[in-house]
Design a protein around this ligand. Structure first.
Ligand SMILES: Nc1ncnc2c1ncn2[C@@H]1O[C@H](COP(=O)(O)OP(=O)(O)OP(=O)(O)O)[C@@H](O)[C@H]1O
Ligand SMILES: [Mg+2]
Length: 177
């Protein structure tokens, strides 16, 4: 599935000089899904990540546990302002309607993606910080209709990134003394 997305987004990513990295589990993740709808969700998340990623790496992580499968799309671009984690899912909402864009841009993509996720009994959630990029996480139950109790993937920057930025803050704090 990810291969298809890489192909679909490859040209756009190349134009933006953006590398898409896939972190996939060794075993294939099996879940009962409507392939067309899940494809549509992931395509929108990847296009958004490339468009707002400022040419920096986009990382797609797939992970699963016994009950759920999760896909995280991480970019290191403009990120989100406080409150935008919810606003992005509203119909026709766009952070900056005037911003020059090459494609799409109706502001409907994430609203439709959220509906598609909910039709599976799934979750679609966002994390972002201004200047630190964002993460969009899709969590789907492995069996259609089963209620989700949690996600196998944490929402937010990877722990290694958090550790690195804490170290950086400490270093800068140290320099100020
Ligand atoms: N990865 C991201 N980083 C920063 N902002 C984002 C990201 N993804 C979405 N957004 C913001 O959320 C808005 C809504 O996204 P959405 O996918 O719904 O619409 P769109 O991409 O503008 O248009 P469409 O998907 O319909 O072509 C975007 O216009 C952008 O402002
Ligand atoms: Mg979009």
């Amino acid at each position: 599935m990810c291969g298809r997305f890489a192909a679909a987004c490859g040209r756009r990513a190349a134009r933006r000089r953006c590398r898409i990295e896939f972190r996939l589990p060794a075993e294939p993740c099996i879940a009962e899904v409507d392939k067309r709808r899940v494809d549509r969700i992931l395509r929108n998340l990847l296009v958004n990540a490339v468009e707002h990623g400022e040419g920096k790496d986009v990382v797609v992580t797939v992970t699963a546990d016994r009950d759920a499968v999760a896909v995280g799309v991480r970019d290191h671009g403009v990120g989100l302002r406080p409150g935008e984690e919810q606003l992005v899912f509203e119909r026709f909402w766009r952070a900056d309607p005037a911003r020059a864009r090459t494609t799409g841009g109706t502001g409907l993509g994430l609203a439709i993606a959220l509906e598609d996720a909910r039709l599976h009994g799934g979750w679609l959630q966002a994390w972002g910080e201004r200047g630190r990029g964002s993460v969009f996480r899709l969590t789907l139950p492995r069996s259609a209709g089963h209620a989700l109790a949690g996600s196998p993937l944490s929402l937010g920057p990877a722990e290694t990134e958090v550790a690195a930025s804490a170290l950086e803050a400490e270093r800068q704090g140290g320099a100020a003394w």
